[in-house]
Ligand binder design. Structure first.
Ligand SMILES: [Zn+2]
Ligand SMILES: [Zn+2]
Length: 288
């Protein structure tokens, strides 16, 4: 375990050094984000574009922007690791080292392999998202994502830095079963990332039958962020909407009056205080 700690600390330190900085992660994020921003601008025009919202820099967008910077420059990863004392990282490392069924090696067709890993990974994301909504303590963290009062492409990155740390437990399940992380496939990564940015953008389309039966549409995810009670805990799918249909959390896309949290306590005192509020809330729930 000590060796694991040392390795992680060294990799994090290198992460900040220019020679080992994960440039590819940064280029990937910058490239996909910029592309989606421009596509959105082309279709919705300047008036409704995320770019205009980012330039206007209101308090909700400010937090989205800071989250995006933290994520793109690998800072949230370091924060998450330090503030969780590396506990999640080590536990997941131990699971990864000691268990591994590597089931994907039994599938010989490489296209089928990608499809299985994609589906399994997305189902894992549905379960993770469901848990973050249904568990009172995890909701204290996830509500930060839901506290955005309007969408711009960067809202996708608006997550508490402990969120991805805890999510490692869900990620490792797929790894243990199949033995291959989804991230090895660049085309899949680009598709998933662009899709996530799009469903947090100014697009409001329900994508017709595709949005009804296959993919989570911008309208479906907007509804997930709605302040209306009948929309709570609906459309929790990440890429595919059929998980919601299968498990009874689907809600057809309809007009959403307002997004955010009812009685929203966020976006008033700044990003760090908001994160602190979530942490305090989580500790309080666990203690009670
Ligand atoms: Zn959610
Ligand atoms: Zn969202």
């Amino acid at each position: 375990m000590i060796e694991l700690i040392q390795r992680k600390i060294i990799s994090l330190i290198h992460g900040f050094g220019l020679d080992h900085f994960p440039w590819e992660v940064m280029y990937f994020s910058l490239g996909v984000t910029l592309s989606v921003l421009l596509i959105e601008l082309f279709f919705v025009g300047w008036e409704y574009s995320s770019l205009k919202k980012i330039v206007s820099f209101d308090k909700s967008t400010r937090s989205d922007f800071i989250c995006w910077i933290m994520d793109t420059f690998n800072i949230s990863n370091v924060f998450g690791f330090i503030l969780s004392f590396g506990i999640f990282y080590f536990l997941v490392g131990l699971i990864q080292k000691n268990f591994g069924l590597n089931l994907i090696t039994h599938v010989s067709n490489p296209y089928l392999q990608v499809a299985i890993i994609f589906l399994a990974g997305d189902f894992k994301n549905y379960v993770r998202h469901y848990a973050f909504h249904k568990s009172k303590s995890l909701w204290e963290l996830h509500q930060f994502h839901h506290s955005a009062t309007h969408f711009n492409v960067l809202t996708r990155q608006r997550v508490h830095f402990l969120d991805p740390e805890i999510s490692r437990f869900f990620d490792v399940m797929v790894f243990v079963l199949l033995g291959s992380p989804l991230y090895s496939y660049l085309a899949v990564r680009i598709f998933k990332e662009a899709h996530q940015l799009m469903i947090h953008s100014s697009f409001t389309s329900d994508w017709g039958w595709i949005g009804k039966y296959i993919l989570v549409s911008p309208a479906a995810h907007r509804l997930h962020h709605s302040t209306e009670e009948r929309h709570y805990n609906k459309n929790m799918g990440n890429t595919f909407i059929f998980w919601d249909r299968l498990f009874g959390t689907y809600h057809p896309a309809e007009h959403v009056k307002e997004i955010g949290l009812p009685d929203n306590q966020f976006n008033k005192e700044g990003y760090f205080r908001d994160l602190w509020k979530c942490l305090k809330g989580m500790v309080k729930v666990i203690r009670n």
